[in-house]
Write a protein that binds this ligand. Sequence first.
Ligand code: PDD
Length: 279
Amino acid sequence: RIVYVNGAYLPEAEATISVFDRGFLFADAVYEVTTVLGGKLIDFHAHMARLDRSLSELDLTAPASHDDLLAIHRELVTRNGVDEGLIYMQVTRGAADRDFLFPAKVTPPSLVLFTQAMALRDKPAARTGIRVASVPDLRWGRRDIKTVQLLYPSMAKMEAVRQGADDAWLVEDGVVTEGTSNNAHIVTAGGTLITRNLSHAILHGITRAAVLRLAADSGLTIEERPFTLDEAKAAREAFVTSASSFVMPVISIDGMAIGDGTPGPVAQRLREIYIEEAD
Ligand code: PDD
């Protein structure tokens, strides 16, 4: 696989980053994960807008213009022959002597990209649905910034799998914030789609925004508000959204079946129209 590191396209074994890189030492870095379908990038400009927001919230320097970043994304897709999969892009505050203070602004940011070819459209889990386990949300208070501080989400997913589930739903004060790497949604008995409103509590998912738009276009009633874990367990349907899972039905929460315990029609329909639109 060819990866991109600070201006160079290299075989992955030859790519290097300084041990003093602040991404490595302080998780002082932000990232984006963009979907590739049929060799095309999905929602690229929305990912760039979110990247800009993450950068500015942390006073990080932009590594390149959107046009240049687009060219790098396209070049990697071509060089690696990716038809379906993901592109990961990370921007760090660069390499500097270890210090809790940010280094001088002249320190160049590090920019790393790599591709992950994988089937996204025809995931078996999309047919069976996934099981989630609730885990306390112990992340920091700025989850709207897409930082690489992913240790807690990683621990939460490990805990969920230990409990026999596939992923975790993170819960704070009785309300669901989101999944470990996806946004959480439920559908009530009355057919209303409920999803957590945007705030510092959750990542502002690009897929969430696209799916809400498609849901509204297809006439669904949408409520953007916090929902409790109990409300989720009593819902008719549940699902998650992300660049890697699109729309993924949730069939149980903490071992309790959601609806009849199979993927719900709203989630399945939204997955279909999301893929149709992306194609
Ligand atoms: N994760 N919430 C969290 C905490 C996430 O990490 C992600 C994305 C999402 C969904 O955002 P989007 O629809 O823009 O992918 C929500 C990526 C896919 C990851 O970390 O791999």
